[in-house]
Design a protein around this ligand. Structure first.
Ligand code: GDP
Length: 197
């Protein structure tokens, strides 16, 4: 599919505001600052696609985009773990995220972005456990791989793959760098597999 022909559809503040679940849907998730906006921009070739609306305290929105002339959807889930947001808002958002992941009928896969220098924080572990229990395919991007020397990046990739080796059919891992444009083809191939298989 041509991920450069992605266009914004709608934002939802709550699960019940999600657009109709037509076509297939892939969601991008990650802790704040993991590099999600940069990765979406690198994938789609647009600088404006994932608006970096990360002002603390602002309503966190689930952003929907359409691909392939509206046939399928790509979803940008709000970054998790943003600082300075009231606890009640964090809990509210956690609930909406949980509902989205559990209830969205056309969700076929989740891309989890993890900063290669800070692998598997609590949120990441939670997403992995959820993927395993629900059987939802998960593709992990070890982002900002340019921050490590090539050997160290490869070692980090191998270590995580090894850690998840019992779930090879469900969970895949790759290196990614928006800065150096590393891993875009591999990500596109995974998305094609989910959207078209
Ligand atoms: P988000 O909060 O997950 O959407 O993260 P952003 O995409 O806004 O990126 C967070 C910070 O990491 C920004 O300062 C980016 O410039 C930086 N960043 C994102 N991707 C990369 C990358 O591939 N390499 C490097 N070196 N920095 C990156």
């Amino acid at each position: 599919l041509n991920y450069r022909a992605t266009s914004f559809l709608i934002s939802a503040a709550r699960f019940d505001q999600c657009p109709p679940a037509t076509g297939r849907e892939v969601a991008f998730a990650g802790r704040s600052n993991a590099g999600k906006s940069s990765a979406l921009n690198a994938l789609t070739g647009s600088n404006k696609l994932a608006r970096t609306s990360k002002t603390p305290g602002r309503t966190q929105l689930i952003n929907f985009f359409t691909i392939n002339n509206g046939e399928h959807k790509l979803v940008d889930l709000p970054g998790y773990g943003f600082a300075k947001v009231p606890e009640a808002m964090k809990l509210e958002w956690q609930k909406e995220l949980g509902t989205y992941l559990e209830e969205r009928p056309n969700l076929v896969g989740v891309v989890l972005l993890v900063d290669i220098r800070h692998p598997l924080k609590e949120f990441d572990e939670m997403m992995i456990d959820w993927a395993i229990t629900s059987g939802m395919p998960l593709h992990i991007l070890l982002t900002k791989s340019d921050k490590l020397k090539f050997g160290a990046a490869k070692a980090a990739l191998q270590k995580l793959r090894n850690q998840l080796r019992d779930h090879k059919d469900l969970i895949t891992v790759q290196l990614f760098s928006s800065l150096n444009k590393v891993g875009i083809d591999e990500l596109s191939a995974q998305l094609d597999h989910w959207y078209l298989a």
